[in-house]
Design a protein around this ligand. Structure first.
Ligand SMILES: O=C(CO)[C@H](O)[C@H](O)COP(=O)(O)O
Length: 220
């Protein structure tokens, strides 16, 4: 069984408490939290105090994705929120190992995020030290985009590369994840981020729990 993470930026921001309850009852096991700085991506989202407030009202752990430049500035700020994992972008740093060590120094799991255009081989030197690989299947920044199909081959390739590794990092996928793309990924990922494509702001009348139950059986 795979893990599903609900993307909090996609929730109804005027009814966050109700959304928290519905997501907690749905079988999602993580909150995916996109932090956007308006520089690395052309959008802004989430700040430490907001996530600290979320942490007060939810029992689900936080999975923070820094879609930012200078993650070395943001990691200490967001470490205070005590998330389960912080991911940063390989495209945003010179010294990847240093950033992984900085996250680990707070006792937090480290994730390495990669954009659709970056060749998957770029992450290979770090797969021994990261806990999670976040493969963006759309360009980060905005919800509601269409998957870039070539990213599915990247997931397949890294999964083959990791075959047989005893402590392989978990593979998380984010961007336009829904029935069809989950099936196209053939259960290659470990963590699926659900945003507007499958969970929030859809016209689907079924409950979040019914949707997550259905999506989970597609990953078996
Ligand atoms: O990555 C993101 C934005 O950059 C969000 O997590 C994303 O919005 C996920 O969901 P969807 O693509 O279904 O809206």
């Amino acid at each position: 069984m795979k893990i599903f993470a609900a993307s909090i930026m996609c929730a109804d921001q005027m009814n966050v408490l109700a959304e928290v309850k519905k997501v907690e009852d749905s079988g999602c096991e993580l909150w995916h939290c996109d932090v956007m700085d308006g520089v690395f991506v052309e959008n802004m989202a989430l700040f430490p105090e907001w996530l600290a407030a979320l942490k007060q009202v939810t029992k689900l752990p936080l999975d923070i994705h820094l879609a930012t430049v200078t993650p070395e500035k943001f990691i200490p700020m967001f470490a205070k929120v005590e998330p389960a994992v912080i991911s940063f972008h390989i495209e945003a740093v010179q010294d990847v190992e240093e950033m992984i060590a900085l996250i680990h120094s707070y006792g937090i799991k480290a994730g390495l995020a990669i954009n659709p255009e970056t060749p998957i081989e770029a992450v290979y030197p770090y797969l021994n030290t990261v806990d999670m690989l976040l493969i963006m299947t759309v360009n980060p920044g905005f919800s509601g985009q269409t998957i870039q199909p070539a990213t599915i081959q990247k997931i397949r390739q890294v999964k083959q590369h990791l075959a047989g590794w005893p402590n392989a990092p978990l593979i998380e996928v984010d961007g336009n994840i829904y029935d069809q793309t989950i099936q196209d990924m053939q259960a290659l990922a470990d963590i699926y981020v659900l945003g507007t494509s499958a969970l929030f702001h859809t016209n689907d009348q079924t409950s979040y729990k019914e949707r997550v139950d259905y999506l989970k059986q597609l990953t078996d």
